[in-house]
Each structure stands twice: as structure tokens, then as C-alpha cells.
Design a protein around this ligand. Structure first.
Ligand code: ZN
Length: 441
């Protein structure tokens, strides 16, 4: 550290020099200017810019990675972590999750999202794609946390026209709220929940709204076989064809799960430029009985990224763990240990995610936003260091992250996050009160 006091580093964006850090196999210095951009990266950057940086971060003993991007989650569900496990998906939703969610307040969502952001900062995630309720309050939490998010209101009309009008209003109001925040780290998206919870009219409205507002769309797609069969029974076609007819499939769309796609559906998603979020931990925990057809999606040129899903079905937001589970599930399910190698799994968690959410390049290069994660090479999980990508995916988890920078602002330094205890305690209280309210009813 320089002459500045260490806590000052958290107060705002500063120019930073990260010295002697390992990046893409080379030892380099990374210079971040005070606008939050990577302005220099190379072997002699420190010498070249002597005295330019307000703070020096010693990167010796660390690997620098671009920030991880979680492309499908329900952040405030941290409050439901461990509340109900080991159940059949439909029972789990109808008996446990939905009854509890019926008692959620805006303040709960705020506190749950704050906790989620802390957990993401701790495990190196700099951006996430969220779908839930009371999203104006989620936006407030993200704004304060310092990380990036695309926020969508979970649009569920249950095939009722009356309910649909309410959902349209909620979607419009979130877009307006996010616009008024005027924070480049936060974007709104349309969030039609899924084809089994949203009518054709609702899907069409969401597609039109997203197009008009030039915002993204976030949807659950073909998570279960039942969902596909019901769609064929109701509409006489498979889910991807239905979504295409409704105008949902665009290069700004992120479709989560996608376990039960057939080959032709993968091709169509590729033609439409849709991004697919792979959620292996959630799929395994809820036993969707099929893994994402990663090889078909890759052949179709689909950008496949990674997401944790909510904390009720995972039960954490650790994208390092997710990348390991992602690789293992592909190998196991498709019975081939060569599919989804470590480097590809890591790209899914970084570059591909950044591309899906439209947050920079997901690479540590000049003029990229400074979303940088430093992972300790002194951790046991990172020793010895034969292949960095192998350790990062198969051996380490988010606990090996020591420092995290988003948009040029240091959010965690040597595992310290200012104000963390208060956020954690307040979320724990909110979760206890939520369960008490639900049981009292
Ligand atoms: Zn989900």
C-alpha cells in the first residue's frame, strides 16, 4: 500500500496499480485509471507510470481473472437458502417456496439481494442476471453493492388477462425505475418467467416491450420434460418454436436451463443469436433428468454461459463451483470425459457471460472495464500450479478469491468487505421473520 490509509481504497474509484500479478500465464502490472477502465497491462507498466496510481495493490501470489458473470439467478432467494431441500420440483415449489414467497416484502428483497451481492463479491462475481419481485428494491441493493446487474421483474400472468395487465405495469415501472437510477452498472430486462406461467399474449407483450425499450429478455426455457410435453399438448409445438412465434428469441435474450432442447431447437436458438444460461447445480439438485445439450448448442454457434439459479436450488452463488459442476455434469451425462474442458468452462463463466449481458468483453485488455478478480496462488487448492485453468475450475472455489474490483472500484481487499457483517445479520433477521410470518398465517 502507499501512504494512503487502507480503508480509503473502498470509498470511491481510484487509479490503481496491480503489480506482479499473473494474467494469461504472464507476470504483469495492471493499471486501472480513475474512470474504472484498464488503461495499461504489461511487464513494465509500473515503471512506465511511476507515481500515477493513487493505490498500489500487490498482486504477487495472485492470478488476475476477468470478473465472473452469473447469467441466471434470483438473488433475494438467499433468504430461502436451506429452507427446503431434497424435494420433487413441483412439491418443492407449491408446498414450500411459493407459500413463503407470498409473504415476501420489498424490504426482504432488498436485504436478500444485499446478502447475495456480498456472497458474489466474496466469490469473484462482478455481474449477474436477476429475475424476481420488488425489483426496484433489488436495484437499490445492487446500486449500493458496487457490482453490475441486469434486473427483470418475473412476469407471471397465469393465463389471466387481469393479472397480465398488472404484470405489464410492473415490467414498465421497473424499466422506468432503472432508467431513473442512471447507473451504467444496472440495466433492466423483460422477464417473462416461462411458457407454463405466461400466456402467449404475455410473451408477445414482453417481446414487444423489450424491442421498443432496447433492453434484454430473461426467461426460463425447457427445464423439465413435462414442460415440453405440456407445451406440445397445449400449442401443438415445442417451446422454442412457440417463443420464436412470440418474438422472444433475439440476440438480447438469455434463456436459462434449456435441459430438454432437441437438436433443431438448438439450431434455431443459434440462428436467432440467443444466449443460453447453463445451470448445472440446480438441474442436478432438482433432478431434471437431462443435461444441457452443450455439443448441439456449440455446433449451432450458441453462446453458452453459466448461472447458479437461486439459492433455494443450489444453494450458493459460487461461480467457481458452478464451473466445476458444469464440466463434470457434461462429462458424466454425455459419457465423455473430453467434453467441456476446464478452459471452456472458465470462458463460460467469464467471456461468454459478459457477452450475454452486454457488460464489456470479459477479458483483461486495455480499454476494458476494470472488473478484476485476484485469486490467491498461495491457497492449498492452487498448489502446485501446473495449469491455472485446471486449478480454477476443478480445485478452487470462491474462497480462494482475495481481492475483487468492479468498474474500477475495490469492493473486497484481502478478503475484507466493509459493512459485510451488518448486511449478513440484517438478512438473517429478515429470513427468520419471513418464516415466522408464513407459519403464522
Ligand atoms: Zn431460475
Amino acid at each position: 500500500m502507499t501512504e494512503h490509509h487502507m480503508t480509503e481504497i473502498f470509498e470511491k474509484k481510484h487509479s490503481l496499480m496491480i503489480t506482479n500479478v499473473m494474467a494469461d500465464g504472464n507476470v504483469v502490472d495492471i493499471f486501472v485509471d480513475d474512470s474504472g477502465t484498464i488503461a495499461g497491462i504489461g511487464e513494465n507498466e509500473r515503471k512506465k507510470r511511476k507515481g500515477e496510481a493513487e493505490f498500489i495493490i500487490d498482486g504477487e501470489g495472485a492470478i488476475a481473472l476477468p470478473g465472473l458473470v452469473n447469467t441466471h439467478t434470483h438473488a433475494a432467494m438467499t433468504l430461502l437458502r436451506g429452507y427446503a431441500d431434497d424435494m420433487i420440483l413441483q412439491d418443492w415449489l407449491t408446498q414450500k417456496i411459493w407459500p413463503l414467497e407470498a409473504h415476501l416484502t420489498a424490504e426482504d428483497v432488498y436485504r436478500g439481494t444485499r446478502l447475495a451481492c456480498i456472497e458474489m463479491i466474496r466469490s469473484g462475481t462482478t455481474a449477474f442476471n436477476d429475475m424476481y419481485f420488488f425489483m426496484g428494491d433489488a436495484a437499490r441493493a445492487v446500486d449500493q453493492s458496487g457490482i453490475r446487474a441486469v434486473l427483470s421483474y418475473g412476469f407471471i400472468d397465469l393465463f389471466s388477462e387481469e393479472k397480465r395487465e398488472k404484470e405489464c405495469k410492473a415490467t414498465e415501472s421497473l424499466a422506468a425505475q432503472v432508467r431513473s437510477l442512471n447507473n451504467p452498472r444496472i440495466k433492466a430486462a423483460a422477464g417473462p418467467h416461462a411458457i407454463y406461467t405466461v400466456s402467449r399474449e404475455g410473451l408477445q407483450w414482453c417481446a414487444e416491450f423489450a424491442r421498443e425499450q432496447k433492453i434484454g429478455t430473461h426467461i426460463h426455457l425447457s427445464e423439465t420434460e413435462g414442460e415440453v410435453n405440456d407445451c406440445i399438448a397445449r400449442y401443438g409445438k415445442r417451446p422454442v418454436a412457440l417463443l420464436d412465434e412470440c418474438g422472444i428469441l433475439t440476440p438480447r435474450t438469455v434463456a436459462a436451463h434449456c435441459c430438454w432442447l432437441d437438436e433443431a431447437e438448438c439450431t434455431l436458438l443459434g440462428n436467432r443469436g440467443v444466449h443460453v444460461s447453463y445451470n448445472p447445480a440446480s438441474n442436478m439438485k432438482l433432478a431434471t433428468n437431462r443435461a444441457l445439450p452443450c455439443h448441439w448448442l456449440s455446433e449451432a454457434g450458441v453462446n453458452v454461459c453459466l448461472g447458479t439459479d437461486g439459492c433455494a436450488s443450489n444453494n450458493n452463488l459460487d461461480m467457481f463451483e458452478e464451473s466445476k459442476i458444469a464440466a463434470l455434469l457434461q462429462k458424466f451425462y454425455w459419457n465423455n470425459p473430453t467434453v467441456l474442458p476446464a478452459q471452456e468452462a472458465l470462458s463460460m463463466a467469464t467471456v461468454n457471460g459478459a457477452k450475454a449481458l452486454g457488460f464489456g468483453t470479459g477479458k483483461l485488455i486495455i480499454s476494458a472495464p476494470a472488473d478484476i478478480v485476484l485469486v490467491s496462488t498461495h491457497a492449498a487448492c492452487n498448489t502446485p500450479l501446473h495449469h491455472a485453468s485446471s486449478n480454477l475450475v476443478y480445485s478452487c472455489n470462491g474462497g480462494a478469491v482475495k481481492t475483487m474490483i468492479c468498474d474500477g472500484k475495490v469492493l473486497m481487499l484481502e478478503r475484507e468487505i466493509p459493512g459485510e457483517a451488518e448486511v449478513r445479520e440484517s438478512a438473517a433477521r429478515a429470513a427468520d421473520e419471513l418464516v415466522r410470518r408464513a407459519q403464522g398465517s
